[in-house]
Design a protein around this ligand. Structure first.
Ligand SMILES: [Zn+2]
Length: 302
């Protein structure tokens, strides 16, 4: 997936985040009557993955970028950089997603798109859902309608630990998946994840597969949706090799593959995101059909 050369990026929807002193994330519980849900990329809502003490130092090597460094990095991003730099690629992808959903949501659902915020962080971050460490992977917090991504996740976990392809398209798919959770929040479907959190045909798995399908929908329109000023689409090309990289990424973050990689046995009863095959299939459904209606995983036979 290649962004067109030349042109500035609007970086106003993306900022750097860090740690302050909030308490750890409360997962699946009530905090003063407020139910907090976090939708993490591949580990579901495992409380053990969240920092109990956000002041504790991260044990992750190489994640020493400060919030100021990251903010400066984000501010200097342009489209040419988005093809070679992970942080700038995330920024440009959020803008491509905004272009597609701003067009498709009114057309297909009759709703106006509200762009979520995106926070790029290093090591750990405070959110309206509490404090989180990078270890949970990219996630979406409905409480502040924000997508959170530590860019080191892609090399260290997705490629390094799970064997996914080192491709820009893989990173863009992950951003698009998290935006899918934002759309589910707008439509009210995201709560189904917490109501039925585990199992191969659970609400949680259906929510995750739908986010994969919405990511596919974005890919379907990404190279043909004009920029808001009527200029050419932000994304110039999406090749069969890109689609293949995304499919292999979807397979890498399937619950069965993660369980096998972790040395455990495959136990569908504990699934929160769906198998490699399910994730591959639902991304492709969105990509091939380009229809919100085709992404109704709640009616589908799983
Ligand atoms: Zn997800």
């Amino acid at each position: 997936m290649t962004f067109r050369q030349g042109g500035r990026l609007d970086t106003s929807g993306v900022s750097a985040g860090g740690r302050g002193g909030r308490r750890g994330i409360a997962v699946g519980g009530g905090v003063g009557g407020l139910v907090v849900v976090v939708i993490a990329l591949f580990l579901g809502v495992d409380p053990g993955q969240f920092l109990a003490d956000p002041a504790a130092p991260s044990d992750r090597a190489g994640s020493s970028a400060t919030t100021d460094d990251l903010d400066a990095h984000i501010d200097q991003c342009d489209l040419a950089q988005a093809n070679v730099d992970t942080v700038c690629r995330i920024v440009a992808t959020t803008e491509s997603l905004e272009d597609v959903w701003t067009t498709q949501l009114p057309d297909q659902v009759g709703m106006r798109w509200e762009q979520p915020h995106t926070t790029i962080f290093s090591g750990g971050v405070d959110t309206a859902c509490g404090a989180a460490s990078s270890d949970i992977g990219p996630f979406y917090c409905p409480g502040d309608r924000t997508v959170y991504i530590d860019p080191t996740f892609f090399d260290s976990v997705l490629v390094g630990r799970l064997g996914g392809p080192p491709a820009g398209a893989a990173q863009m798919y992950v951003v698009a998946h998290e935006f899918g959770h934002h759309l589910q929040t707008m439509l009210g479907d995201i709560r189904r994840s917490q109501q039925d959190p585990r199992g191969p045909s659970s609400g949680a798995v259906r929510v995750e597969l739908q986010a994969d399908c919405y990511a596919g929908l974005w890919a379907h329109y990404a190279t043909t949706t004009p920029a808001p000023d009527g200029g050419p689409p932000l994304l110039e090309s999406l090749t069969p090799a890109d689609v293949d990289a995304i499919v292999r990424t979807a397979e890498a973050i399937g619950d069965d593959h993660i369980q096998r990689t972790g040395g455990g046995r495959v136990d569908p009863r504990s699934w929160t995101h769906g198998s490699s095959e399910m994730r591959r299939q639902w991304f492709l459904t969105g990509y091939e059909q380009g229809s919100v209606g085709a992404c109704d995983t709640f009616r589908a036979q799983l």
